[in-house]
Design a protein around this ligand. Structure first.
Ligand SMILES: OC[C@H]1O[C@H](O[C@H]2O[C@H](CO)[C@@H](O)[C@H](O)[C@H]2O)[C@H](O)[C@@H](O)[C@@H]1O
Length: 608
C-alpha cells in the first residue's frame, strides 16, 4: 500500500517558481517542494513528476518541519535574488525564521540542483524529504551509499545526493532532520550522472551560487530596454533565456508537459521541443532587446535542424534538432488535477503549418536588419523556403494553432506566406541574395489578392479564420503587425473590432477562436480552453496601432497583473476559475509581453 509521506499536493500552476541551468529546469512550489525536474535535458525523463501525479511520483521538499498529518507551510515570502534565476523562499515560524535558496548553475558538467538552508533567527527545525522516481514517476531506483554520498540508480541514469546534514532512509525516501540557528548554513545538492560512469565531481555549492549570480547579472546588463516596464521585460527575458538549451541554441516552448489548457480536460501537450514558430518569435524579442549571441546560436541551430530538402522541413524539432518526436501517453500518471492523458512527444511535428515559413523568414529578416553578421547559408535557406512556398502556399494546412481537425485554408497561414515572400524580396533588393525578383513580386501580389478576396467577409467587414468560414480567429490580429495591410485600413479596424466583440472573455482577455459555434470542433478536440495570453497581448498591440492607446495600456497592465508573484505566465488564463492554465512558463506568452511593452513604450502610452 502506498505510504503517504507528506501532505503536499501539487499547487496551482501560478504557485510555481522556475529555476534552471540552460539545459533543463525545475519547478518549485510555494511550500518548498520541487515537483518537476527532468534530467539531464529539458526533454529527458522526469525524476520528480509529482506535478502530474502525487508524491508517489517523485518530489523533493525542503522547509520547516511540520506536524504529521498537516500540510507543509507555504513560504511567507519568496523572490528571485535581484535579476537572476536564484530563488529565495523565507518562512517565519514560531521558532524563528529561515531561508532556502534554490538554483541550478549554468553548467559544463553534471546537472546540479542546489538548495542552501540558512538560519535567519531563532532555532528552526527543518526537514528534507527526497523521493526520486525515475521514468516520470514509474521506477523506484536503487538507493545506496558510496562513501559519504547517496546515489540513486536506474537504467541509464544515476542521481547523487551530497549534503552536510545527516540523512536516513525510510519508506523508500531519503530524509534529513536538522535545526538551524542564525547564520547556520546547510547545503543539499543532487547531481545527475550517466549511470555507467563513476561518481560526479563533489559539488561546491557556495562557489556555484556566486558564479550563478554573476552569470545572470552580466547577462541582464546587456539588455538595451530601459523603459517603464523594465521589471516585467527583464523577468520575461530571463525566462526566455532559461528556456534556451545552451549546448545547441534550441529553445523549448515551455519546460513542462501536459499542464492542462482546461483543468480536468484532454488538451494536455508536451512543450519541451523547439517549434520554429515559437523560437523565431523568441529570437525577434531577444534581438529587439539587444541579445545577439542567442539569435546567432538559434540561427545556427536552425540551419543544422532544417539541413536537407526544404520539402522535409518540420514545424518543430527536438532541442538538438531531432526529428522523431513520437507522441505517447503515460498511463501511470493521473495528470495535473486529474487532467489526462499525460503526453510525451508531440504529434504536431508531422503537420503542415504554412505560417512557419513567414515566422522564420521574419526572424532572419530582423537578424539581417539589426546587423547580425551575414550568413550565406541563412540567405540560401530563405530562398529555398520561398521556392517551396511557390508551389505549396495555396494548400490547406493545420495552421498556427496546430488543429487536429481537417486541414483548412487558414487566413493567417496565407498572410504569413505573404510575409515570407515579402521579406525575401527585401533581402534580394538589399543586394544580399539573388533570386527571381519579378516572379516573386507577382507571387506576393497573388497571395495578397487571394487573401483579400477569399479570406475577407465584406458583409461583416472582417477577415475570417479560414476561406469560406464565418468564424473569427485572433491570429488575424497579426495582419497589421506584419505589414500585410496598414492599421488604418477599414478591413483591419473591422477585424480588430469583431475579434474584440466576439472573442473576448468576460474579463476582456482574448480567446484564440471559438471552441463552439458554427465551426465547433475546428481544432478536432473535446472540451474548452482559457483566454490565450499571446492573443490578448496582440490585441493590446493592435489597439495601440489604431490609436486606442489608453485602452491598449490598460489591457496590457491588466495582463501584467495575471503574472504570478515571480512575474511568470503560463500559456492561458482561465477566466472562470481565475487561474493560469497550460504549460508553464510559456515562451509564447513572455515574447508578446516584451513586444507589447516595447511598442507601448515607443508610443509613449504609459504612466496613467
Ligand atoms: O491546440 C492544439 C495544439 O496545442 C499545442 O500547440 C500550441 O502550442 C504550440 C507551442 O507553444 C504553439 O506553437 C501552437 O501555436 C499552439 O497551438 C500542441 O503542441 C499541439 O500538439 C496541439 O495540436
Amino acid at each position: 500500500m502506498a505510504v503517504r509521506l507528506e501532505m503536499h499536493v501539487a499547487g496551482r500552476i501560478e504557485d510555481y517558481a522556475l529555476i534552471g541551468d540552460l539545459q533543463t529546469a525545475a519547478l518549485v512550489c510555494r511550500d518548498g517542494t520541487v515537483d518537476w525536474l527532468c534530467l539531464p535535458r529539458f526533454d529527458s525523463q522526469a525524476i520528480f513528476a509529482g506535478l502530474l501525479g502525487t508524491e508517489e511520483h517523485g518530489f523533493w521538499r525542503l522547509g520547516p518541519a511540520f506536524a504529521p498529518g498537516t500540510q507543509p507551510p507555504d513560504a511567507d515570502r519568496r523572490t528571485y535574488r535581484g535579476d537572476s534565476l536564484i530563488l529565495e523562499s523565507e518562512w517565519d515560524t514560531p521558532r524563528g525564521s529561515v531561508r532556502v535558496t534554490d538554483f541550478m548553475g549554468p553548467r559544463e558538467e553534471a546537472p546540479q540542483l542546489i538548495r542552501i538552508v540558512e538560519g535567519l533567527s531563532g532555532r528552526v527545525p527543518m526537514r528534507s524529504s527526497l523521493r526520486m522516481r525515475f521514468s516520470y514517476g514509474r521506477i523506484t531506483p536503487w538507493v545506496h551509499r558510496v562513501d559519504e554520498r547517496t546515489v540513486a540508480v536506474s537504467g541509464p541514469d544515476s542521481v547523487w545526493l551530497d549534503t552536510d546534514a545527516e540523512t536516513y532512509g525510510k519508506d523508500l525516501t531519503t530524509y534529513s532532520d536538522f535545526t538551524v540557528g542564525p547564520g547556520d548554513k546547510v547545503y543539499f545538492v543532487i547531481s545527475w550522472q550517466a549511470s555507467h560512469l563513476g561518481p560526479p565531481a563533489l559539488p561546491t555549492p557556495y562557489e556555484s551560487l556566486a558564479a550563478t549570480e554573476e552569470f545572470w547579472q552580466e547577462w541582464v546588463e546587456q539588455c538595451t530596454y530601459h523603459g517603464p516596464y523594465r521589471e516585467a521585460v527583464i523577468r520575461s527575458l530571463i525566462t526566455l533565456k532559461a528556456l534556451t538549451y545552451a549546448p545547441t541554441g534550441g529553445i523549448v516552448a515551455a519546460p513542462t508537459t501536459s499542464l492542462p489548457e482546461e483543468i480536468g480536460g484532454v488538451r494536455n501537450w508536451d512543450y519541451r521541443f523547439t517549434w520554429l514558430r515559437d523560437a523565431a518569435i523568441t529570437l525577434s524579442s531577444l534581438l529587439r532587446t539587444g541579445y545577439r549571441d542567442e539569435a546567432r546560436a538559434w540561427r545556427e541551430w536552425l540551419l543544422r535542424a532544417v539541413g536537407g530538402d526544404p520539402e522535409n522541413l518540420q514545424i518543430m524539432y527536438g532541442i538538438a534538432g531531432e526529428r522523431e518526436l513520437g507522441e505517447s501517453e503515460l498511463d501511470w500518471l493521473p495528470g495535473y488535477e486529474g487532467s489526462t492523458p499525460v503526453r510525451v512527444g508531440n504529434g504536431a511535428a508531422g503537420q503542415l503549418q504554412l505560417d512557419v515559413y513567414g515566422e522564420v523568414t521574419e526572424a532572419l529578416h530582423l537578424a539581417h536588419m539589426t546587423g547580425l553578421a551575414r550568413n550565406d547559408y541563412a540567405s540560401l535557406l530563405q530562398l529555398k523556403l520561398i521556392q517551396y512556398l511557390e508551389h505549396h502556399w495555396s494548400e490547406p494546412d493545420e495552421g498556427i494553432w496546430e488543429v487536429r481537425g481537417p486541414r483548412r485554408h487558414f487566413v493567417h497561414s496565407k498572410v504569413m506566406a505573404w510575409v515570407a515572400v515579402d521579406r525575401t524580396i527585401k533581402l534580394i533588393e538589399s543586394g544580399d541574395a539573388d533570386g527571381p525578383l519579378e516572379r516573386w513580386k507577382e507571387l506576393r501580389d497573388d497571395i495578397h489578392r487571394d487573401v483579400c478576396e477569399k479570406g475577407y467577409d465584406p458583409e461583416r467587414n472582417t477577415f475570417t479564420q479560414s476561406y469560406g468560414s464565418r468564424e473569427l480567429d485572433a491570429s488575424l490580429l497579426l495582419i497589421p503587425q506584419m505589414g500585410f495591410l496598414p492599421p488604418d485600413d477599414k478591413r483591419v479596424i473591422g477585424t480588430i473590432e469583431a475579434i474584440q466583440r466576439e472573442l473576448s472573455t468576460k474579463d476582456g482577455f482574448i480567446l484564440r477562436y471559438p471552441t463552439s459555434g458554427d465551426d465547433a470542433g475546428v481544432d478536432g478536440l473535446a472540451g474548452d480552453e482559457g483566454a490565450f495570453l499571446a492573443c490578448s497581448f496582440w490585441m493590446a498591440d493592435d489597439l495601440a496601432m489604431i490609436g486606442r492607446v489608453d485602452e491598449a495600456r490598460k489591457l496590457f497592465e491588466r495582463l501584467l497583473s495575471l503574472r504570478n508573484d515571480l512575474g511568470l505566465l503560463a500559456e492561458e488564463w482561465d477566466p472562470v476559475r481565475g487561474r493560469q492554465v497550460g504549460n508553464f512558463p510559456q515562451a509564447f506568452s513572455h515574447v508578446p509581453l516584451i513586444d507589447t511593452a516595447l511598442r507601448l513604450t515607443a508610443s509613449g502610452a504609459y504612466g496613467g
